[in-house]
Write a protein that binds this ligand. Sequence first.
Ligand code: PMP
Length: 363
Amino acid sequence: MKRVFNFSAGPAVMPEEVLRQAQEEMLDWHGIGMSIMEVSHRGPEFQSVLEQAEADLREVLKVPSNYHVLFVPGGASTQFAMVPLNLLSETNKEADYIETGLWSQKAVQEAKRYGVINVAAQTKLHEGLYSLPLQHEWRLNPKAAYVHYTPNETVGGIEFHWVPKIPGIPLVADMTSSIMSKPIDVTQFGVIYAGSQKNVGQAGITIVIIRDDLVRDPLWHTPMLYRYKTHAEHHSCYNTPPTYAIYMSGLVLAWIKQQGGLTVLEERNKRKAKKLYDCIDEHGDFYFSNVVPECRAMMNVVFWLRREELTKEFLTQAAQAGLMNLRGHRIAGGCRASIYNAMPEAGVDRLVEFMEDFAKRCS
Ligand code: PMP
């Protein structure tokens, strides 16, 4: 058997311990003689998996009791519609969006189907470097039903390292590529959502953490499965949820606890990201980042080769060295190393070594 270092942006590397546990439990989960994927979502076995996953998520993220934790089928893109459908109302269809990259752009486009969307701020480009708009530059609408932003843009590798403070207006955050990378204060948000396939398991579900008062009647035409109320009232089991995806998330959450929680993971993540960005900056004549240092993403390190024509060779040789999936997003180009929780520090060390060696050989 061989395992490589997988820098995929998502679906992404899983903790090896989690894959082994899933393998061990595949044919006979906890002595029941069946896989957990073979049993009813309403039966005691799966219900215990769901309850434990929620309890662990609440513990790891310190989710207060006035927030629901929902496991919603579909990807984070489903939330691009669910957020406006549920948070806009017949009397207020205005919302603010902060547009900082591909994913927030998609969120804006979807929201425009349902409401009057104000793009209150956008990424800035100065002398070839991208940066995020500071809060005093946001042109917020005081009547907005909510403000939506993307703390980490997975494609551009650009991250807010601060949380906006907007008194009286719910803040909605698409944390798909940053959830579980560090501790957060959930009370600063009205809604947090995150597709599971990066830091919380396999693809198939989206975790939604939503404050009680925001679980309310949606726009009248909202389908049952797009209503937060449906998922809250039926404890994420209105219909048959992707049970195996929830089981895998449960294993990852238990792994996070066993690693020592988010403070420990944050330290490790910061160290991993610093090693890569240091390597890029120290070899600035060969590699470069197009994001200002204070906005660089911890989970998705985007970089470019100054001689762009060498990118293909760089990726080929990296793959030969067991460093896989370093190609940048198909729209953005360049290179991207996604270094989620499950990427061991040794993988980053190997990548740094390879990058240094490649730069030396090609300079
Ligand atoms: N938001 C962000 C920040 C993402 O990174 C992604 C996926 N890469 C999405 C939304 C869309 O997620 P999905 O493909 O699960 O719909």
